[in-house]
Write a protein that binds this ligand. Sequence first.
Ligand code: NDP
Length: 448
Amino acid sequence: MSISQAIEKVEARYAHQPEFIQAVKEVAITIAPLYDAHPEYDTFKIFERLVEPDRVFAFRINWENDKGEVQVNRGWRVQFSNALGPYKGGVRFHPTVNQSVLKFLGFEQIFKNALTGLPMGGGKGGADFDPKGKSDSEIRRFCYAFMRELHPYISKDIDVPAGDIGVGGREVSYMFAMYKNLTREHGGVLTGKGVGFGGSLMRTEATGYGAVYFLESMLAAQNDNIKGKKVLISGAGNVSLHAAEKAHMLGATVLTVSDSQGTLYDANGMDQEKIDWLKQQKAQSKPLCDYVDVYGGEWLAKQKPWHIKGDIAIPSATQNEVNEDDAKLMVENGIKYIAEGANMPLTAEAIDYVRLHRVHYAPGKAANAGGVAVSGLEMSQNSVRQYKTFEEVDERLKCIMKNIHDCAAEASENYGQTDNGYIDYMTGANIVGFKRVADALCAYGILN
Ligand code: NDP
C-alpha cells in the first residue's frame, strides 16, 4: 500500500479525528523521498502500521468536588509505538481533550522522541477535565482518580507519562503519589516529578530553553544570532515563560506573551524580574492583564500577538493557534524565524504560507523536543538512582538540541530539499525521526 493509499484509509476511517489526520498528512507529504530510497518500508507496510496506535485505553474518572458532588470525566492513554523504547509522552488536562487530539499528539511524539536519540517510544494521554477554577483539593482528588484508572497500563519500562497543558509539577506529584500508593514502587514511572523525590533538575525549564537553543542553531545556520532580536511568544505557560526567560538571557527582546484571554505587549521587553512576576501570577491563576498596572505595556484583550512587528515567533500555546491569516501577518511584520514551542501550533495552510515566503520554520517535533529529552534524562537518572546537576543537564540539553538541528539540516540537504541556504526543517526532521522508527520496525519483522 502506497503512502497516499494509507492516507486515504486514515481519512475514511478517522474522518471524525481532524487533528490526527492533519498530523498524519504533515508527516506523509515529507517522507516520500525516504520511502522511494527504501523499498523495504513498503514491503513491511511501515507507514500503514505507524498510523494505527498499538492500543488506546479509554476510561471513566469519577471524583468528588468540594461540595461533595460526584463528577464524571473521560480519560485516555494512547500507546502509539514502543519501537524505540517505552511509550513516552505527556498527559493533558483540558476540556478540548479527545481521541483525535491525543492521537495527533501521540503520533507526533513517536518522531519527536526518535529525534532526541534517546530510547523512548511515543504515547500521549489526558482527560477532558478543566483545571481552571478548581481548588487545590479538587485538583488533587482528580489526579488521584485519574491515576487510579491509568496505573494498570503503565510502568517505568512500559509507558512513562509526564506533564502537558494543565499538568505541571503539582499534578505529576499527585499522580506519582497515587501510583506509588497502589503499586508500592518508587521508580521512574512519571517524569517531571519534584526534584526532591526523583525529578530531574531543569525538567521544568527544558522545553522552553530547548526551543531557544534550537533557534540559536537556526540563526547560526544563517550566519545570524539572537542578540537584539525582537521575539513574539504566544501562551504564558510552562513552555512560553521558559522560552521567554532563555531568549531574554541570550540578549533578545521579548515583546509578548499571551493566553486564552488576550496578549500582553511590552515594547520595552520582558526582563527576568517581569518574567518571574508572570510565573508567579500564572501559578496563582491570576490574570495576565494585571502586568500593565505594575510594569506598563499594553493588554490587548482577545488578540493574538502576530500583528506586532518582530524577528522571531515562538508559538507556544496550543494546536492550530496560528492560521493562514496570522501567518500572513507574521510575514508582513518581519518575522524571519519560527520555532514551534507548542505541538502543531500552525495549521497546514499557515505552514505552507510561511515556507513559501522563506520564513525559517522549525516544527514542534524538532524545536520543542527539549522537554521530552530531559524527561529521558530523568528516566536514566531514576534507573541509576543518581541526580545530575543543573549544569550537566543543561549541557546535555544543548547538545541534544544542536544534534536534532544538525541531523534535520543534513537530511534536508541529503534529500535535495535545501534551496539556496533555505533549510527545510520540516522534511528533514520528519525523515530523520521516521527513519529511526522504520528501521527498528523492519528489524523486528512484522511484530511492532
Ligand atoms: P501550560 O498549561 O503550562 O500553558 C498553556 C498556555 O497556553 C496557557 O497560557 C494557556 O492560556 C494558553 N492556551 C491554551 N489554549 C489556548 C487557546 N486555545 N488560545 C490561547 N491560549 C491558549 O502548557 P504548556 O506550556 O506545558 O504547553 C503548551 C504547548 O507546548 C502545548 O502545545 C504542549 O503540548 C506543548 N509542549 C509542552 C511540553 C512541556 O514540557 N510542558 C513539551 C512539548 C510540547 P490559559 O491559561 O488562558 O488557558
